[in-house]
Design a protein around this ligand. Structure first.
Ligand code: 13P
Ligand code: SF4
Length: 354
């Protein structure tokens, strides 16, 4: 153990239960080694919301995750992000001016009359979009409960506007039995989103994507299936539909961790998600042949390192907590609490439809 890790552990001992370090599965190994709780974005949001003794929560992940913790925590708690510049390009694909203008355009259309649109927003979004979603009667989802969130929305309306990941939206809707011709992509840069009609449309998919998960393709899956017969492919639902359709397992990062751990000894499994997690799955499952479907690292997750974590921990009193204005926090909290009230989904099967 080197001096940085030793000092981080020392501060953790000194601070005891008043300090909680959360780490996403995509974080570097040195961060995961010192985190109190490692999980997917749903698990970490819950951990932040249910941390009775913690006063200071240090979130090692990207900004939207730290913001979600700041929305869910109590007034007497503070959330710190060791690298405030660590954002998410997918979240940036849904700026508020485009969102508000899309909402106004859709609701003003003649073929919208008599319909009710409900927004469903992926956790991977900026706080004001979560606030907008809460204020418009919608909810947040993560990749581990998107199916439940869509069901919730369709109990309250007949049209869902899904932000900002078109792939998670499409894969989840398909798993629920929504047909391809009932879904349309909304292109914010085109007049009327690029659509001439909303007739028969149930799902409007915002034109956003994750550059990290777009690196995996159906071609990769076909290649490994052909060259490694008997091998398995497991991917994150931010991957394109053609790949998801070929995969043996699809689910959130937590799902992927459990899926791999449950495989029989000697199985060769190709994993289509962020490289730090796949690397760790290799180390943690030496009796399996865990392989990269393609090596794809999230550069913004990578911006958080042990040095920045230590700097934050050394200076908690002087550090600026993640800012969260009340007018954003309140409606965003509503949208997140609607998600947290959905029943948990421990099942390993059909995670997208569950
Ligand atoms: P999870 O919801 O699976 O944690 O995914 C977060 C993420 O950023 C995926 O790109
Ligand atoms: Fe954003 Fe993709 Fe990185 Fe997740 S993996 S934080 S969606 S860029």
């Amino acid at each position: 153990m080197d001096a940085i890790t030793r000092r981080i552990l020392e501060i953790k001992r000194e601070r005891g239960d008043s300090l909680l370090i959360l780490g996403h599965h995509y974080q570097r190994h040195g961060i995961v080694d010192v985190a109190d709780h490692v999980g997917d974005s749903f698990g970490l949001a819950k951990a932040a919301a249910e941390a009775p003794r913690a006063r200071d929560i240090v979130f090692c992940g990207v900004r939207f995750m730290a913001e979600s913790a700041a929305i869910l925590c109590r007034e007497d708690q503070k959330v710190f992000h060791p690298e405030p510049e660590a954002g998410c390009p997918m979240a940036d694909m849904a700026p508020m001016d485009s969102v508000e203008s899309a909402w106004a355009t859709i609701t003003a259309r003649l073929d919208y009359r008599g319909r009710k649109m409900v927004p469903v927003t992926y956790m991977n979004s900026h706080a004001p979009l979560k606030g907008f979603t809460g204020a418009q009667g919608g909810l947040v989802c993560t990749s581990s409960n998107a199916g439940k969130a869509l069901r919730w929305a369709f109990e309250r309306g007949d049209l869902v506007l899904f932000f900002p990941d078109q792939h998670l939206g499409r894969n989840t809707a398909k798993a629920l039995g929504i047909r391809e011709d009932e879904m349309r992509v909304w292109y914010p840069s085109k007049p009327d989103g690029g659509l001439d009609t909303l007739e028969g449309v149930k799902m409007l998919l915002w034109n956003g994507h994750c550059p990290v998960h777009m690196k995996f393709s159906a071609r990769d899956a076909r290649f490994v299936k052909k060259n490694f017969p008997g091998s398995l492919v497991v991917v994150h639902p931010e991957c394109e539909q053609e790949l998801v359709d070929l995969a043996d397992g699809v689910g959130s990062t937590e799902y992927i961790v459990k899926y791999v751990a449950a495989l029989p000894e000697g199985t060769r499994v190709f994993v289509g998600t962020e490289a730090n997690l796949v690397d760790r799955l290799k180390r943690e499952n030496p009796k399996l042949k865990v392989e990269f479907l393609t090596r794809s690292l999230c550069p913004t997750m990578y911006m958080v390192d042990r040095e920045k974590l230590l700097r934050t921990l050394e200076n908690l009193e002087g550090e600026e907590p993640v800012p969260m204005p009340t007018e954003v926090r309140e409606p965003a909290r509503l949208a997140l609490e609607r998600m947290l009230s959905l029943a948990p989904n421990p099942s390993l099967q059909q995670t997208l439809a569950n």
